[in-house]
Design a protein around this ligand. Structure first.
Ligand code: AHR
Length: 647
């Protein structure tokens, strides 16, 4: 392999980006990266998910019912939980919450709050305790300020005296029935947070956020995915519902089988990006829902205005109407926003008027309005592929779905594939228009029967899947003059909620079980060796079984980078490789890092249940030989980076 020198300057003004899509699937938001510990904290509901006292259990003879409608805490939170004290004469009564399949209890500070309505003189006890033995790990007395006919917030801090041995724990609030009048108290918005990532109020769970940050990502795409679209036009993810105090957030009829709290809202996403130094790609709702609802042309303008307001909220100065609202929420400085995607997967909307309406008016109207106000924003079309240079004709597998984009638009390609197919797509973008790869993952094993979506996804990201995926990542990166970045999706999974098993990180309530999948290691390796420009390459052999690309990173004093993957050698043998970068002389150093599978089984994976980890990382310092060449060999099914910046 030999670089011939020269740069292809990317047009995006940043190094090639590895990132991820986040939407609330697999309890990746509520019960996931959003650090709230209480499940069903505000008795939110929607047509698909009726209100209930689920996840709460009575203590000492109390009974729990829903009070739906009379004198609510807020318009956004119309339901609350009525706790009847019952006939108990001895001890405190109350309720406990089981969290999202348990709670991690450690000797750090928890911050909690709850709202009460009803007469109560005395103290509430807030405690973290074992669900198995009732052992109390920590508790705090909270003096009642409660009054009849009025909702009053109570806040507290709680630091357990000891770590719980496992996450089978609950959070309880109890009170003395003798101090009540009327036999019941109403509770709502019961909230408990452990310390959060970068100490943000209403913030992110530390272990999950750190696992993401350690991957060195560049991009966060949000809020979906299907979540953006909503199950029906009246219930899309409306960013305005996610702003401000939690008691003003109504919650959302999630599209992945559960009610969502809206706790992880627009500001929280933006702060997440800020805290991890991520570029964002926002998806704006574009008049189409998953059930086939399509907004007619004459009704679309309010949603276009809404998208413009959303953009202004994010990046407008505090002098603008929506920038001022952001400033009022504590962030006067605008956030950076360079990428806006119109809708999600509209090209897949095969129902009547779906994709057609996108091409005929929905995309055009949004695009033109955004570009008129923000010409510098990169507008992304939610189409798989198209070639504006060819009058709307397309290349690639979605020929029939072509759209004639304005020349400044890039598309969004979502290959969920078998690893062989990802490898076949290595050169997929060599002659195509720009795209983000807004979602990608190896999801199904090669030759799966039944094929693809007729059968299940594989259990966890697995090694040959990860290597096939890495080949495609190199294919995208070597076209980074037109592709700004690649996004893994979906990124997180709570092991107790099954929607989509293939994710970068899996977790339970117990932080010790948080697991980086095999793919995390490949993405992390590539992301830790960024390039600002691709380099042309030439070779005396063709692609396969070795696939490669090369680049230079100006931000690291012109470090030269070669990325490669070995996929399916004929005899399982290692492959000898020589890399020569133009300008590199004999005696120069480079660092080779490569990943292999320690158990030899291409179907092996990192298992959050057993803790078994199968990725081996090998790092070597190489010295260039007489002609400035680095010589090494890579094993079958390996993923590698050679970087002239030596750690
Ligand atoms: O990532 C899971 C889903 O796959 C996304 O919500 C959707 O965009 C895609 O079809």
């Amino acid at each position: 392999v030999q670089s011939t020198g020269g740069n292809q300057t990317g047009k995006f003004g940043h190094s090639y980006g590895y990132g991820f899509l986040h939407e609330d699937i697999n309890n990746s938001g509520d019960g996931g990266i959003y650090a709230e510990l209480i499940q069903n904290r505000a008795f939110q509901y929607s047509r698909a998910f009726p209100v209930s006292t689920a996840h709460y259990f009575p203590i000492n003879g109390a009974s729990l019912t829903i009070n739906n409608g009379t004198d609510p805490l807020s318009k956004a939170l119309p339901a609350s939980m009525k706790v009847f004290v019952g006939n108990s004469t001895a001890g405190k009564v109350g309720f406990e919450n089981e969290g999202y399949w348990g709670m991690d209890v450690k000797t750090h500070k928890y911050t909690g709050s709850f709202w009460v309505r009803g007469h109560y003189k005395g103290h509430f006890t807030a405690s973290l305790q074992s669900n198995l033995t009732d052992e109390v790990f920590g508790s705090v007395e909270v003096k009642s300020k409660a009054k009849a006919e009025k909702w009053i917030e109570h806040t507290f801090e709680l630091t357990p005296e000891k770590n719980a041995p496992n996450s089978n724990n609950t959070f309880a609030i109890t009170f003395d029935p003798k101090g009540t009048k009327g036999g019941s108290l109403d509770f709502n918005l019961i909230s408990l947070f452990p310390p959060t990532y970068k100490n943000r109020k209403n913030g992110l769970r530390v272990d999950i956020a750190e696992a993401l940050a350690e991957m060195n990502p560049h991009f966060l795409r949000f809020p979906g995915g299907n979540m953006l679209e909503g199950l029906e036009n009246s219930t899309y993810w409306d960013w305005k519902d996610t702003l401000g105090p939690l008691k003003e957030r109504p919650g959302f009829q999630g599209v992945w089988g559960y009610q969502q709290t809206h706790g992880l809202g627009m500001m929280e996403y933006l702060e997440w990006a800020e805290d991890m130094d991520l570029q964002i790609v926002i998806g704006v709702w574009a008049g189409l829902a998953l059930n086939g609802d399509v907004t007619p042309k004459e009704d679309l303008q309010p949603f276009i205005d809404d998208a413009l307001n959303e953009i202004e909220f994010i990046r407008g100065s505090a002098d603008t109407e929506w920038g001022a609202k952001r400033a009022a929420l504590g962030h006067p400085e605008p956030f950076e926003l360079n990428y806006v995607e119109i809708g999600n997967e509209d090209w897949l909307a095969g129902f009547p008027g779906g994709w057609d309406s996108y091409k005929e008016y929905r995309f055009i109207m949004f695009h033109d309005a955004i570009k008129a106000k923000y010409p510098e924003i990169q507008v992304i079309g939610s189409s798989a592929t198209s070639d504006p240079a060819d009058e709307g004709a397309t290349t690639g597998p979605n020929l029939e779905n072509g759209i004639k984009y304005p020349a400044d638009v890039i598309g969004d390609y979502h290959p969920y594939r078998e690893p062989d197919e990802l490898v076949e797509e290595f050169d997929r973008f060599d002659n195509d228009i720009g795209h983000i790869i807004g979602e990608v993952a190896a999801t199904h094993v090669n030759g799966a029967t039944p094929p693809r979506w007729d059968g299940p996804l594989y259990k966890y990201p697995w090694w040959i899947g990860a290597v096939g995926e890495a080949v495609s990542l190199i294919g995208y990166e070597r076209n980074s003059d037109r592709i700004p970045g690649t996004f893994y999706a979906p990124v997180l999974k709570n092991e107790n909620r099954f929607q989509w098993p293939i994710t970068l990180i899996q977790f339970t309530a117990d932080a010790a079980q948080t697991t980086r999948a095999v793919t995390w290691y490949c993405w992390s390796l590539f992301a830790h060796h960024p390039i600002s420009h691709t380099l042309p390459t030439s070779s005396n052999s063709s692609y396969g079984p070795v696939y490669w690309g090369a680049g230079i990173d100006e931000a690291r004093n012109g470090a030269l980078v070669w990325k490669g993957a070995v996929y399916n050698t004929t005899d399982n043998a290692s492959v000898p490789i020589t890399v020569r970068f133009e300008g590199i002389k004999a005696g120069a150093k480079a660092q080779l890092t490569y990943l292999t599978n320690s158990v030899g089984d291409p179907y092996a994976y990192n298992d959050p249940r057993t803790g078994i980890q199968i990725v081996d990382t090998t790092t070597k310092e190489l010295i260039a030989g007489a002609n400035g060449a680095f010589e090494f060999s890579l094993p079958q099914l390996s993923v590698a980076v050679l970087d002239t910046e030596v750690a």
